[in-house]
Design a protein around this ligand. Structure first.
Ligand code: ZN
Length: 715
């Protein structure tokens, strides 16, 4: 029996985790124990490297095994154990587990910082690099990528700085972290700080039943009762409106009361722009500090820092892409606005003469119903989960030559609903990977949304035996009820395909070095390529119609409904694209052009950009930057463009299939194999530009995305 089998479940460090045996108690006890060991191991590694640095003076060489392998093992031990805790925290949450997770998070982050900022490690990595450059160390292309990426990561943490510069860098990093938290808290407080009580049925005219229920529930939680003292209810009110997405978005879409829409809209766009919660001074401080950090790291702007580790290497490349999209989207968005005004005119609405921002969602919804009345809910019976899985697995079989088989009961699970599957290479019949699927929502114990996470990376275990990759695929759709299977909306089907795309890149990797296997070390602006690529197949006629069958009658999805799905995909596509371009360009220019001495406020700069990236100019109250949490409180600064960048890649990759003809089965299959052998197989072992070119035979082009977004026709 190997020693690892005797270890407590949370510290075993290899194999499939024993989910049920992992308790909050163990998290509290064993994570500190693990970190103690890892810190000691890190110190030993540093000491041995210090020693070799004196030997180096005597001409001794450093090897990959002396640095990179031990470093990888340290990271992997932490990833295995802490990954398990984080996973359980997402899928089997409880107050105890959440507390245990939180109690350890700081120490886990501190360990990561210690390793990431170790000067001894950095020097060792530099030495490997030098030996490689001078020809005394041979590295293959994958090793070279791993080494370059890890050196860069450490450099961007300021490890190469000395003395005062490093002290200033660290102080600024701390201040930035604190500013990000304050920024986010201001947005949250401002969002929660605004409510509007509605008392008459006339004030909720047009709202769907589900929204009335939500508003009445909010009223009950706020102890708001009717004039007669009745508890709030969906039918008679009162209803409490707020700025959170689930209440605000549908209200702007459905409310017949233009004055209330205006009030809500103005409150929403002016969040966190006044009083104690004013984010404007924070924005200037954050941008100033980031500009200074960039200079300390040897870059001209923060945008250059951000792009140093991304596929888009230069600000010009991003500007170029955004301009291509803008030029295609702007006239389309103008036409869409005219179509909305015409729709309002047909209904005799006074706003037809001049639509304002708070009219757009409302008339878009009216026009959508007028043009194609697609009810997402009504399509559910055509998408029972078992059929959708069959369709997805059959598609993966056709495209990538793999076979997916249910293997329930062959692996431990964390909940009775969780399923386990094995993936085989269809031609060799060899097992290549496996995955867990946790499809249903469990309010109260499972985080919302959908995601793919890695359970095991492809690599080798301590005894040198190959380890096959294992993925977690998590969705949040409605569970089966009695005899009725889980019936999915079309969006849920797209989400499943999306996450499965991430899973495929993790599972079909052929890279031997775990640091670059699967999604590891894939540049951030390229990581959504396989996931968004898979979404495209939901709009492929034979894939969709082959899969969508009524769960009771087995009747295929009516052709008319398929046509509506296609129309819905590009409906208001110009406006949607233009909006993303606006956000991305504002983000990029704030981090590349704006300086404290430029004589413009960040808001002024945003309004300049709005002249060519919005078809309805921002109203005076609009202080959108004050709530732009992605870039000021999240990790997206000078990276918001990544959404569109990755979409260019995924649309262009799908267009390779369109070019050979989606009905030409042999051609589709050989193109699919090429996708597997490049994008899915190479992962982070090559630059994304090289991987893309290996698949497509050329550099990416935005043509397919512009066409898929419905923007090409009139251009
Ligand atoms: Zn994704």
């Amino acid at each position: 029996m190997s020693a690892s089998l005797l270890a407590p479940p949370l510290l075993r460090g290899e194999g499939l985790p024993d989910f049920a045996a992992t308790t909050p108690e163990q998290v509290r006890q064993q994570i500190p124990a693990l970190l103690e060991v890892l810190n000691a191991n890190l110190s030993e590694l540093e000491q041995s490297l210090e020693l070799t640095s004196t030997e180096q003076a005597a001409g001794e060489l450093l090897s990959w095994d002396q640095v990179m392998d031990p470093l990888q093992r340290l990271g992997e031990r932490l990833r295995w154990s802490w990954g398990l805790v984080s996973h359980l925290n997402g899928v089997c949450n409880s107050a105890e587990l959440r507390e245990a997770h939180q109690s350890q998070q700081g120490a886990v982050v501190a360990f990561g910082n210690r390793a990431g900022q170790s000067r001894t490690l950095y020097r060792a990595l530099e030495r490997l690099q030098q030996q490689h450059e001078t020809g005394s160390l041979r590295l293959d292309a994958t090793q070279e990528r791993i080494l370059t990426a890890e050196l860069l990561e450490m450099q961007l943490r300021g490890v190469a700085l000395e003395g005062e510069a490093q002290a200033a860098f660290n102080a600024a990093s701390e201040e930035l972290a604190e500013l990000a938290t304050r920024f986010g808290n201001h947005v949250l407080d401002a969002t929660n700080g605004w409510t509007l009580a509605l008392h008459t049925p006339e004030q909720v005219e047009g709202l769907p039943e589900s929204l009335r229920q939500l508003l009445a529930q909010a009223a009950r939680e706020a102890s708001l009762s009717s004039a007669e003292g009745h508890e709030a209810c969906a039918e008679t009110g009162p209803w409490l409106l707020g700025l959170d997405m689930p209440r605000a978005m549908p209200f702007l879409k459905y409310s017949h009361r233009r004055d209330l829409r205006e009030q809500l809209y103005k409150a929403q766009v002016s969040r966190a722009s006044s009083g104690d919660l004013d984010n404007r001074p924070l924005i200037e401080r954050i941008l100033t500090l980031k500009g200074e950090q960039a200079l300390r790291l040897g870059y001209a702007t923060w945008a250059e820092v951000s792009l140093a580790s991304k596929m888009a290497h230069s600000v010009d490349a991003v500007e170029g892409l955004l301009e291509d999209l803008r030029a295609a989207a702007f006239p389309a968005a103008q036409r869409e606005l005219q179509a909305l005004a015409a729709c309002a005119g047909r209904q005799g609405a006074p706003e037809a003469a001049e639509l304002r921002p708070w009219d757009v969602s409302f008339w878009a919804e009216v026009l959508r119903r007028e043009s194609f009345d697609l009810h997402g809910e009504a399509l559910r019976p055509w998408f029972p989960l078992p059929r959708v899985l069959d369709g997805l697995f059959a598609l993966c079989g056709r495209l990538f030559g793999i076979r997916i088989e249910a293997a329930d009961g062959e692996a431990p699970v964390w909940h009775a609903d969780v399923r386990f599957f094995r993936v085989f290479d269809a031609s060799s019949d060899q097992a290549i990977a496996s995955f867990f699927l946790d499809p249903y929502s469990r309010p109260g114990s499972k985080r919302g949304g959908a995601w793919m996470d890695t359970c095991l990376d492809r690599g080798r275990d301590a005894a040198g035996r190959p380890v096959l990759p294992v993925a977690y695929l998590i969705c949040n759709q409605s569970p089966p009820v009695g005899e009725t299977p889980s019936l999915m909306t079309f969006e849920e089907v797209e989400t499943l395909f999306h996450e499965f795309g991430h899973g495929l890149q993790h599972m079909l990797t052929t890279v031997e070095r775990p640091q670059a296997a699967g999604i590891n070390h894939v540049e951030w602006d390229a990581v959504e390529l396989p996931s968004q690529f898979m979404e495209n197949w939901c709009y492929d006629r034979s894939t969709l119609l082959g899969m969508a069958r009524h769960w009771q009658t087995a009747e295929p999805l009516p052709e008319a409904e398929f046509a509506k799905l296609l129309a819905a995909r590009t409906f208001m596509g110009g406006s949607a694209t233009l909006r993303q371009v606006h956000f991305a360009l504002v983000d990029l220019r704030l981090h590349s052009v704006w300086t404290p001495g430029s004589g413009l406020s960040p808001e002024d700069l945003r309004r300049q950009i709005a002249a060519t990236t919005t078809v309805l100019a921002p109203i005076p109250e609009d202080a959108f930057l004050c709530a732009f949490g992605h870039i000021f409180a999240g990790g997206y600064s000078a990276g918001y463009y990544s959404y569109k960048w990755a979409e260019v890649l995924s649309a262009d990759a799908f267009s390779a299939f369109e070019e050979v003809g989606l009905e030409d089965e042999p051609a589709v299959q050989s193109t699919g194999r090429r996708f597997r052998d490049t994008v899915l197989s190479l992962g982070g072992s090559r630059s994304p530009a090289e991987v893309f070119e290996a698949f497509r035979g050329r550099a990416p082009s935005p043509e397919a995305l512009i066409r898929h977004s419905g923007l090409a026709a009139a251009a």
